[in-house]
Design a protein around this ligand. Structure first.
Ligand SMILES: [Zn+2]
Length: 360
């Protein structure tokens, strides 16, 4: 009888552990968004600088300012602070000595996304115009796993993702910039999004507005039910380069609202509910030490190697804002995601270790 109860206990704990597993992944990036705004909200000095506030600091202050930093950052990123920082983890607050850096030596986009996706730094990947990524990404690795094959997809505002994720080699659909959604048989929603994408103002040649990427990805999530979904937003970087602090903050605030929309759907759907991990991060930082350099990044900009990351899911302890004195790296995300999904990411290149504190 005692043995029976031991077996029963083992069975119950095994199914309990299983039910806690991550079975789906959603990886979200917003390009070049600074850790300074993540942890401290709107920057007063930039917001009052005539070069950057489009003569509308009143609107900026009404929307995003509070003297209390805890209130201020919630105004900018309510979902990140009210939900992820309560039920998950947020890394990279250097004011608390929790340091997260890119390890590539370039501090701009292609090398950053390649580092995120490959878990490895290839110093040959040294320009945004770089050819198709020769290195295996964790998305390609997932797509080779029996359980996940054909259920991995990527949506990106920036067209370089066709090369970063090498659509041809990896076999993962990558819908980027001005490409149409829905393939050969778009749904009626996708047909409408495609028409709006075609007819919308095109601010940048290689990049669409985030709204199209978001709703294209949402439709795929709801109708195709991918097991691994990557969504990359780009406006935060574009508006920062454009010296427009209001648009930069508005874009970040909107992305936070979209992450909430995605999570609300995830938690309402039986395939995803309590079985999905969400990782939210950026490809590089920007300047701060010389304040006017917030518009830029790259090796010449002090601090552009400093980033942040937020993670939420059944396999991650609810530690909240991380306060441990530690140095972590962008290249650790790939193995962290892989381990959460129950795999060890192996490739023809080395893969950095997972972030141990992010896994139960
Ligand atoms: Zn940039």
């Amino acid at each position: 009888m005692k043995q029976f109860f031991i077996l029963l206990f083992l069975f119950c704990s095994a199914t309990w552990v299983y039910s806690q597993q991550t079975e789906n992944l959603i990886i979200i990036t917003t390009d070049g968004f600074r850790w300074q705004e993540v942890f401290s909200g709107m920057d007063k000095e930039i917001g009052t600088d005539k070069r950057f506030n489009q003569d509308d600091s009143l609107n900026l202050f009404q929307k995003y300012w509070d003297d209390d930093v805890a209130v201020r950052r919630k105004k900018l990123l309510p979902f990140l602070w009210n939900t992820i920082a309560v039920k998950g983890q947020v890394y990279g607050n250097r004011l608390l000595n929790n340091k997260l850096d890119v390890s590539n030596p370039y501090w701009f986009s292609y090398p950053g996304y390649s580092e995120i996706m490959c878990g490895f730094v290839d110093t040959a990947v040294n320009k945004n115009e770089y050819k198709a990524n020769p290195n295996t990404t964790v998305l390609e690795f997932f797509n080779k796993q029996k359980r996940l094959k054909g259920r991995v997809a990527a949506f990106a505002a920036w067209d370089a993702f066709n090369r970063i994720l090498d659509e041809k080699k990896s076999g993962i659909p990558v819908i980027a910039a001005y490409e149409h959604f829905g393939g050969k048989y778009p749904s009626s929603n996708e047909r409408l999004i495609n028409t709006m994408l075609d007819n919308a103002h095109k601010a940048w040649t290689e990049e669409s507005f985030d709204v199209f990427t978001h709703y294209g990805a949402m439709e795929h999530l709801k109708t195709k039910k991918p097991r691994v979904l990557f969504i990359s937003y780009g406006e935060t970087d574009e508006f920062a380069h454009g010296r427009d602090y209001k648009y930069y903050l508005n874009s970040a605030h909107q992305v936070d609202a979209w992450v909430k929309e995605i999570w609300d759907f995830v938690q309402s759907d039986p395939q995803y509910r309590n079985k999905t991990t969400l990782l939210f991060t950026t490809d590089h930082g920007r300047g701060d030490k010389e304040k006017y350099k917030w518009t830029s990044h790259g090796r010449s900009v002090d601090g552009a190697n400093e980033i942040w990351m937020a993670i939420l899911g059944p396999g991650t302890p609810a530690s909240g804002e991380m306060k441990n004195n530690v140095q972590l790296y962008q290249k650790q995300f790939a193995q962290t995601l892989s381990k959460l999904m129950g795999y060890t990411f192996k490739a023809e290149h080395s893969v950095a270790d997972e972030i141990k504190t992010a896994i139960k």
